[in-house]
Design a protein around this ligand. Structure first.
Ligand code: TYD
Ligand code: MG
Length: 454
């Protein structure tokens, strides 16, 4: 019997006849694993040769009851899950080592247990005594959570079958070990097999499963990306080492909006919810200084204000530096190019540093205008009018484009004591949220009006 390709890339799915360290298909390293060979040639049976069983069809128009959800009481977590935990769903929580994943999930486990969900916490990284000590430190020592320190998947599944919990937490998927696969725990094949076994078992039994996944240096969940496709929800727990706050971000959610965030603060007694993130992100802001502006952004479904800081200084090097923290470097290059080409404000010979204060990462193009204002303010050494927020997208022509949820952004600013706003003209006229709103059609007008430059 002829063998077909028996090596497969777990990232892109390309098949090969021999193993190699790097996939020719997608260029990823260490993603190729051996697969059981497929039968081909005369031995392979066409699917049509044997009749299958008829599948029950239903109308698209028929009534569907929404999946039952349980609220943990941690509202930041519930929101990121799309409004509570869906029974029988599979969730992957990724994050850097030491960021607080185990802390978050132990707190979540305790909350779910306290609202009546039978909860099992399986740690493959720490002994039960360690988990118990942490729970005591967090003031959750009496929560009705069942603990296990185990890495053998077969034993875990047998236990789940007997115990029938509503929720199981697996900390972490990289430590789990399936005896059906002959590679070491943490290897791509093991992670894939363990995640597959756990999710399919949990689905069959209606158990919700939360798997912790460590993240590689490149910021991806270590192991095959197919794990992300297997689960219903992928959450990333992010934060900067030097900062207290942590963001739980949903990057995929079959049961709710993706890109929703929950904000937490790491304290001595574990993670505390931050219900007003804007106040937190602006808390370290001093008196208005050149180079500092407040951007009114939207994260998920919520408005979040944050400070964008720029520093512009003559460069001692032949090649000026462009350094960005918390925003996209490509987008910064674009804003600089538009300022040079459309507003005749050159940045050649100048180092440019851009920082989103507090360690927040902004992905919205709506921050373009705030970034441009911070750059101009730093370059011209002119502070923006005090208590002013700013947002808007910049097009390559230098025109300003209106952005979504303008009214929500303005309302949030008003709530936090801001009195004026700089926004793009045009688009749907919305309420000004009680702020003095200045509208500009293009960047040149703003440069002239606010900074007297150009
Ligand atoms: P942990 O949850 O173990 O991280 P992960 O599972 O993502 O690797 O969190 C470890 C860090 O959190 C550690 O540096 C100490 C800090 N921490 C606190 O600051 N307060 C606390 O109450 C707890 C439990 C941890
Ligand atoms: Mg941990």
């Amino acid at each position: 019997m002829a063998k077909t390709a028996s090596y497969t890339c777990t990232a892109c799915g390309a098949s090969f006849t021999k193993w190699s360290g790097r996939c020719d298909g997608c260029g990823d390293w260490n993603t190729i694993i051996e697969e059981a060979p497929l039968a081909s040639g005369p031995a392979a049976k066409s699917l049509g040769a044997k009749r299958g069983r008829g599948i029950q069809l239903t109308d698209l128009a028929s009534e569907e009851v929404p999946p039952p959800r349980t609220h943990s009481g941690l509202s930041e977590l519930d929101r990121v899950l799309g409004g509570g935990l869906v029974a029988g769903s599979a969730i992957l929580v990724g994050g850097d080592p030491g960021i607080g994943k185990s802390t978050l999930l132990l707190q979540a486990a305790a909350r779910f247990a306290m609202v009546g969900v039978k909860t099992l916490y399986v740690s493959g990284e720490e002994a039960s005594a360690q988990v118990r000590m942490r729970a005591q430190r967090l003031g959750l020592g009496t929560a009705p959570v069942q603990l296990a320190a185990e890495t053998n998947l077969r034993d875990i599944l047998t236990t789940l079958d007997a115990e029938r919990p509503g929720l199981v937490i697996i900390d972490s998927i990289q430590t789990m070990w399936a005896d059906t696969v002959e590679s070491a725990p943490g290897s791509v094949a093991q992670v894939r097999a363990a995640a597959h076994e756990l999710t399919s078992f949990a689905k069959r039994r209606g158990i919700s499963v939360v798997m912790v996944g460590h993240v590689t240096k490149e910021g991806q969940i270590a192991g095959p990306r197919v794990v992300e496709h297997m689960v219903d929800t992928v959450l990333y727990f992010e934060g900067e080492r030097g900062h207290q706050f942590r963001i739980l971000r949903s990057v995929k959610n079959r049961f709710g909006p993706a890109d929703e965030i929950g904000v937490f603060e790491m304290t001595g007694d574990g993670l505390a919810e931050v219900t007003n993130p804007s106040a937190l992100f602006l808390s370290e802001r001093g008196t208005p200084a050149p180079g500092s502006v407040v951007f009114a952004g939207i994260e998920g479904t919520r408005p979040v204000l944050c400070e964008i800081q720029a520093l512009v200084a003559p460069t001692p090097h032949s090649q000026p530096r462009r350094s960005v923290v918390g925003w996209d470097g490509g987008r910064l290059a674009m804003v600089l190019a538009v300022l040079e080409a459309r507003c005749a404000i050159p940045f050649a010979g100048l180092d440019v540093y851009l920082n989103v204060a507090g360690g927040l990462k902004i992905g919205e193009p709506a921050a373009d205008l705030a970034v441009a204002a911070a750059l101009l303010s730093a370059r011209e050494d002119v502070a923006l009018p005090p208590e002013t927020v700013i947002f808007g997208e910049i097009s390559l022509s230098g025109a300003l484009r209106p952005v979504g949820q303008a009214e929500n952004r303005l309302k949030e600013a008003q709530k936090l004591g801001f009195t004026s706003a700089i926004v793009p003209a045009g688009g749907k006229m919305v309420g000004d949220g009680g702020l003095a709103v200045q509208r500009f059609g293009d960047l040149t007008a703003l440069v002239g009006d606010i900074f007297g430059a150009g």
